[in-house]
Design a protein around this ligand. Structure first.
Ligand code: SF4
Length: 693
């Protein structure tokens, strides 16, 4: 029997795991959290939650959490605990020295999709205003940057089109490269409810996911080969165009007709017919035709997609192809339809909104725009650089070349999260000062010179923005155990570097964001407290927010059809590496597991496993539970095998939650042509029996 104790008071706050954005009531006894109760008035969760949000908060008091700042001259030296002031002064002296020696552009920083909007805003402000360059990027670079590019090109806004409630009006659900049952469980429950009520389900995924296997749900599953998304989605468009299923009145009214005609002629080519694409995609032409007909004629069609779309060399092209599909069928701009990226982390949307990209100020305004830049200069009292800065992979390349020497990383373990670990190690090793601002001594910290202890979501005020553009309050539940909330740490670091930022509370940061960002002008903590949440755009035109976008017209004016030529990835199979590896998550773990693995009140799965089709396993003499060596052109690792026909012959699959797995040791350098989002979802590999690690 576990004695939990009775709560004395409670605080309403928002989950810091996935992009669903469930709201919880933290029940407290003094400074101790007794339990997290899903909040019935949470607009995204309505009293529901998954095991992560409800139980996995024990990491906040885990013994491995670092609570004191630390510094060291060289990464070979032991860490030395110091006062906050010493740490800030050490870091500031290093960064200033680097800029004097190598130039203004030799330092930069990475914002976190785990941190609040206000914290992210401050980091990019420090870099642009304090460092004097635009070398700011976000961990969204490695997940949903193609969403930003693709949706802004076609619709005019870098965000999903619908609210979650919209699913209640959906007749056809198409899921592409996502497994919401594992990664977005509370929203998956709403999807399943709608499917049980009779909505049809189409799933494009190399693997038979839990959504496909859901009881009482009949899914049309298109098990495409990894890397062929563009061919399959363009083939769906081919059927719609060549079988006369185009919603012509919508296209004529809402889109550029001449661009549509050019695009329609492109997709109508025989090479994009289901029959012509079948050999390379592995999708049965009959199923593909049926899927296209259902989506085009089955009523309200809604597309939900995930990292199986974006993390490819043609990630941005696939997002564009999906947008084309929604426009040609008129499935945009009303309840029940739309294009909906399922964001992985709690604040991916927010970190992108807050100006974390090297070419964009908050609100997705290009840094080269004089009028916008002058507005920020006046507010920040500083002259801004109008040249776009470096993306994360460019920072790594520049470090190896010797021109990028200082990096401030807030809330991301880039060594585990970014592709081609050897390359990341080489880059970090070449830098003269790496500042890691995080909860634990993560893998990146092995190459750091300054460690600034981070605060958890329970220890700070702020806001997160979920996958449906919903801005919700994060409320301080306990005093920061490390002494400062992350927003305060950034302010003090900036001060040591000679760049003053004055705020007494995160609400004042949000007031500044609202003053500078047209889609946020109506956002304030007072309004969030009154309404519970708002979905941006929230301004004079929409004072209570915008649940559904592009009603009556696209943000960019006319919807833009763009040709999506399929180009096979350069990551090819061959005699030496005959299988394709793709990756995903399980429900109980979260990303690289930094938090979930340090939570004792839930029994988590013990290890990542490699799913192998029985045919491929037999060929290699591998049995269920055996250790196997998994090798690619980039590196190798060792995993236990799970023999299953959930994956097709020729495809293997693993999760990446445990550091021992080191999945990114084997991923390659290939990336999305438009955004450099890494191609995590396709790696040519070989497997062979092993005696274990
Ligand atoms: Fe948290 Fe996502 Fe689970 Fe909700 S579904 S409790 S936001 S991890």
């Amino acid at each position: 029997v576990i004695e939990i104790g009775q709560p004395e008071h409670s605080v309403v706050t928002t989950c810091a795991y996935c992009g669903v954005g469930c709201v919880f009531k933290a029940e407290m006894r003094g400074e101790e959290v007794v339990r997290m109760v899903p909040w019935k008035d949470g607009k995204a969760n309505r009293g529901h939650s998954c095991v992560k949000g409800r139980f996995a908060w024990g990491y906040t008091t885990h013994k491995e959490r670092i609570l004191k700042p630390m510094i060291r001259e060289r990464i070979e030296d032991p860490w030395q605990e110091v006062s906050w002031d010493e740490a800030f002064n050490f870091a500031a002296a290093k960064f200033k020295g680097i800029q004097q020696k190598y130039g203004r552009d030799s330092v930069g920083g990475i914002t976190s999709s785990r941190c609040t909007n206000e914290e992210t805003y401050l980091v990019q402000k420090l870099i642009r205003g304090g460092f004097g360059n635009n070398n700011v990027d976000t961990c969204a670079r490695v997940c949903h940057s193609p969403t930003g590019y693709g949706l802004s090109q076609t619709f005019g806004t870098s965000a999903g089109t619908q609210d979650f409630d919209s699913v209640e009006d959906t007749d056809v659900v198409m899921i592409i490269g996502a497994n919401p049952a594992s990664a977005h469980p509370v929203f998956a429950s709403r999807l399943k409810k709608r499917l049980r009520q009779g909505a049809k389900l189409i799933v494009l995924d190399p693997r038979r996911t839990e959504m496909v296997e859901s009881p009482h749900v009949k899914a049309l599953h298109l098990p495409l080969m990894p890397g062929t998304n563009v061919a399959v989605v363009t083939a769906l468009a081919h059927v719609i165009v060549t079988e006369g299923l185009v919603n012509e009145s919508f296209v004529r009214e809402r889109c550029d007709w001449s661009e549509f005609e050019e695009w329609a002629a492109f997709v109508a080519q025989e090479k994009y017919s289901p029959e012509a694409t079948a050999i390379m995609t592995g999708v049965d032409p009959k199923d593909l035709r049926e899927a296209a007909r259902i989506y085009a004629t089955g009523g309200n069609g809604a597309i939900y997609y995930g990292l199986g779309v974006t993390e490819h060399s043609q990630g941005s092209t696939t997002v564009i192809a999906i947008a084309n599909l929604a426009m040609v069928t008129g499935n945009i701009g009303r309840p029940g339809v739309g294009v909906n990226p399922l964001r992985g982390q709690n604040n991916v949307q927010g970190s992108c909104d807050m100006g974390s990209f090297p070419h964009e100020l908050p609100g997705y305004r290009h840094i080269s725009g004089d009028a916008v830049r002058e507005q920020f200069e006046a507010m920040w009292n500083v002259k801004l650089n109008k040249e776009p800065g470096l993306r994360i992979p460019n920072m790594f390349d520049a470090a190896i070349e010797g021109s990028f020497m200082g990096l401030y990383v807030q809330g991301e373990d880039i060594l585990q999260s970014d592709p081609n670990t050897k390359h990341v190690v080489a880059a970090l090793s070449a830098m003269e000062c790496v500042i890691v601002h995080d909860l634990f001594l993560n893998e990146t910290a092995n190459y750091a010179h300054v460690f600034l202890p981070g605060s958890t979501f329970l220890e700070k005020d702020g806001t997160f923005t979920n996958a449906e553009r919903r801005i919700q309050r994060v409320r301080k539940v306990v005093t920061p155990r490390n002494g400062y909330a992350d927003w305060e740490v950034t302010i003090l670091l900036a001060k040591a570097m000679g760049f003053e930022m004055h705020y007494n509370h995160p609400s004042e940061i949000m007031d500044e964001i609202a003053a500078l960002t047209p889609t946020f002008t109506g956002v304030s903590y007072a309004k969030l407290d009154e309404l519970g949440s708002v979905q941006w755009p929230c301004n004079e035109k929409a004072p209570e927010g915008t649940p559904i976008m592009h009603i009556g017209g696209f943000v960019r004016g006319k919807g833009k059809f763009i040709v999506t030529e399929y180009v096979a990835t350069d990551e090819r199979t061959g005699p030496r590496y005959p299988l394709l590896l793709t990756t995903g998550r399980i429900l109980s773990q979260y990303n690289v597991g930094a938090q979930t693995r340090r939570t004792e009140n839930v029994v988590w799965h013990a290890e990542d496993r490699l799913e192998i089709h029985p045919h491929d396993a037999e060929l290699r003499g591998v049995r269920d539970g055996d250790w196997v060596r998994l090798a690619s052109r980039a590196g190798e690792t060792t995993l236990r095998a799970e023999i299953t026909d959930r994956v097709a012959p020729g495809v293997v699959y693993t999760t990446f939650h445990h550091p021992d797995t080191q999945a990114n040791v084997i991923t390659t350098d290939f990336s999305d042509w438009a955004t450099n989002c890494p191609e995590y979802k396709v790696t040519a590999v070989q497997i062979s029996p092993s005696n274990g690690p």
